[in-house]
Design a protein around this ligand. Sequence first.
Ligand SMILES: [Zn+2]
Ligand SMILES: [Zn+2]
Length: 221
Amino acid sequence: MVDGVFELGIGYVNMHVVVTDDGVVLVDTGLPRRSATIDRALHGIRRTVGDVRTILLTHHHPDHTGSVADLCRRSGARVVAHRLDAPYVTGEARAVVRHPVVKLVGLLLGTPEPAPVDDLVTTDRATPVPGFTALHTPGHTAGHVSYLLDRAEGVLFAGDAAAGKRGGRIGSTPRMVSADLDEQARSVARLAELDFAHAVFGHGPAVSGRAVERFRQFVAS
Ligand SMILES: [Zn+2]
Ligand SMILES: [Zn+2]
């Protein structure tokens, strides 16, 4: 993506690896039972799972938290999530899935093993790792967080607040997996008021160069 920021596609979902002065930061961890894929990717950039210091979660959905427990055990990494989504990661709460397609996908993928959350994001614009700003962007889930990295004129990790579409456009994630579409739209509008050159997503291709303009176009449409 940009210097030290790598995108790893695991099935239909992206996760991101960021090399920082404080070790490797993962933004989300992809589908369940795929940590061998993450190991290979880390090996590809001459790192190992032991170099992972922090796992920043955008939200609790199983396609984003699949390997958290395993990665934590093997790396001792600190896990960061918003306080409203954390109970679903730790297993204290169980998400109620009503949509039959989402239910079926969940059964096929498997349920992530419960994992500890070490640091709760409780305020907007918290700094869970130097250089990263946590932005509370509710809607897709109540505790959805996007992360803005202060590097290369700004890299936004949008999670599922929005999705990358063909031709560098920005779109929505499927309606059926959003908790609150109106709130999600307000969150995207807030992101469009920021300034960042690059954006990466849980689903769909990244946007490089004046990415915030694409967000503004999406909001205007
Ligand atoms: Zn999601
Ligand atoms: Zn997703």
